[in-house]
Write a protein that binds this ligand. Structure first.
Ligand code: FES
Ligand code: FES
Length: 180
């Protein structure tokens, strides 16, 4: 390949990367990242955790939702350098979060299967992480709360009734069977 002096200049002009130490799905990781890299790109491109999806990349669809210290965030809006010391859980880490071993699924993942709560599945990792975050927040009184507080997670396939039903099974065990 021909030598490209311009590429060398761009490389030389790039600021030095930052070292970030964080836990991802229970594993301690130390990464070198540029200041502009999002948590989403760190997870997908660097750590190869491609379960987390990039939909809009602008904080509008929720496909990129992950848990940071138990709280749900849109990882496309968070910079990786801000995650020093954070405990990140992606969809790949949900079973372990629930204490599952082997191939066992997180109970919410099983509920999504039982209620047929996905079609193409692109939004599903974000829906799952968001619902776990919702349950961590507590205070879910009825299915209206689930609809309202999951409204940041869009589903192009329109599987909303089944998603609400699956989440209700865990968040509202008394009402989950009747939820639409
Ligand atoms: S990809 Fe992050 S909100 Fe859409
Ligand atoms: S299942 Fe296809 S976008 Fe939700």
């Amino acid at each position: 390949m021909a030598h490209d002096p311009l590429a060398d200049q761009v490389q030389a002009a790039a600021p030095p990367p930052h070292t970030v130490a964080l836990r991802v799905n229970g594993e301690q990781r130390t990464v070198e990242v540029q200041s502009w890299v999002t948590l989403l790109d760190l997870l997908r491109e660097r750590l190869r955790l491609t379960g987390t999806k990039k939909g809009c990349d602008h904080g509008q669809c929720g496909a990129c939702t992950v848990l940071v210290d138990g709280r749900r965030i849109n990882s496309c809006l968070a910079l990786a350098v801000m995650q020093e010391g954070a405990d990140i859980t992606t969809v790949e880490g949900l079973p372990a979060l629930a204490g599952c071993t082997g191939d066992a699924l997180h109970p919410l993942q099983q509920a999504f299967i039982d209620h047929d709560a996905f079609q193409c599945g692109y939004c599903t990792p974000g829906q799952l992480c968001s619902a776990v975050g919702l349950m961590n927040e507590g205070g879910v009184r009825h299915v209206g709360d689930i609809r309202e507080r999951m409204s940041g997670n869009l589903c192009r396939c329109g599987a909303y009734p089944q998603i609400v039903q699956a989440v209700a099974e865990l968040a509202l065990p008394q009402q989950g069977k009747e939820a639409p």
